[in-house]
Design a protein around this ligand. Structure first.
Ligand code: NAP
Length: 306
């Protein structure tokens, strides 16, 4: 056991996967949880997700050794303010938000003295959300990035041990670097997928039935990513604005290079370009970062999210 009591605030995909993974590993003595809506709390109780599902975030956090904010990033500051008086001295406060600098800016001012704030981000997800979406193997062989930024060393090491018990590999980074890396590997690709699906929707010459019928040609993978939770992704782009806009600018420049090569019939450029991108794909497979998520009869064939 790594923590006697763990509290999960927000009970969606990530929190429910953490609960299953904690049980698998025996990483927590007791798991308490809270979600905003009565419906989600009722589902969590029905499926026995936590040992205790509480009607308030403060009640769930009270007395916990580890409290993890698992809500969309846009509300983490408000949730931290709400639970701050209930946090016990010596406890660790963490989160799983996909953006780190804005979360630190919003949460840090509310952290009481004696509580260790160690932000984190598990790079694992699917396009599903809610308390029923979680599964114990979500974090297996994925990376969890800790962003301690001066936090207590022992508290950081303990949180790292916790994430390793949940199946993840652990790295540390500063928040700005994290946000830039994620803009490249996750945030901008999601924006491009949303855009491509939007393009198909607005294209009048391709009927809706044709889009669906021929989707295996590549479009299907975009739709899977573009099915990711709208609230979560709205918050991600608004919170990681600068890095995403920078990478999007670079993406647009590259797109113009390819557009020009197509117009000029420059096959050599296209061939060289696609040869380099294929090597990146092979590197991902060799690093074991392409294992599909389990299919719970939902026809998920890959891994969207992070
Ligand atoms: P999710 O499945 O949509 O669940 C979000 C949960 O937060 C729901 O239980 C929701 O409650 C609750 N919530 C929202 N506002 C709240 C509030 N003010 N107070 C208390 N609870 C509140 O989301 P998720 O995919 O697990 O994502 C959670 C966090 O993990 C996000 O910050 C996201 O950036 C990060 N993350 C996501 C992924 C991914 O691919 N999905 C990967 C890594 C990290 P209700 O159901 O009652 O509305």
């Amino acid at each position: 056991m790594i923590y006697h009591r763990v509290a999960l605030i927000g009970l969606g995909l990530i929190a429910s996967s953490m609960a299953h993974a904690m049980r698998r590993a025996g990483a927590a003595g007791e798991i308490s949880g809270h979600a905003r809506s009565a419906e989600t709390r009722a589902v969590a109780r029905e499926i026995g997700l936590c040992d205790r599902v509480c009607d308030s975030a403060a009640e769930a956090a009270e007395g916990a050794d580890l409290v993890v904010l698992c809500t969309p990033v846009g509300v983490m500051g408000a949730v931290a303010a709400e639970i701050a008086p209930a946090l016990k001295p010596g406890a660790t406060l963490s989160d799983v938000g996909s953006v780190k600098r804005s979360v630190i800016r919003a949460v840090a001012p509310h952290v009481p003295p004696g509580v260790h704030f160690v932000p984190a981000h598990p790079l694992a997800g699917t396009e599903y959300s809610g308390p029923r979406a979680g599964f114990a193997t979500l974090f297996d062989n994925r990376w969890c990035i800790l962003v301690p930024e001066g936090a207590d060393r022992a508290a950081t090491d303990r949180l790292a041990a916790f994430w390793r018990a949940l199946g993840a590999n652990v790295d540390e980074m500063d928040a700005d670097h994290h946000d830039r890396v994620l803009a490249v590997v996750s945030h901008t690709p999601h924006l491009i997928a949303y855009t491509m699906v939007g393009v198909a929707e607005h294209l009048e010459i391709v009927t809706e039935s044709e889009v669906i019928k021929y989707s295996a040609s590549g479009f299907r993978d975009f739709t899977r990513i573009a099915a990711s939770d709208p609230v979560m992704w709205r918050d991600v782009f608004l919170s990681n604005r600068d890095a995403t806009l920078d990478i999007l600018g670079r993406f647009t420049e590259e797109l113009f290079v390819l557009q020009r090569a197509i117009r000029m019939g420059d096959g050599a450029l296209l061939h060289d370009y696609f040869t380099r991108t294929r090597a990146i794909r092979r590197g991902i497979i060799e690093a074991g970062q392409d294992t599909p998520v389990p299919d719970f009869g939902r026809s998920a064939v890959g891994q969207a999210g992070e």
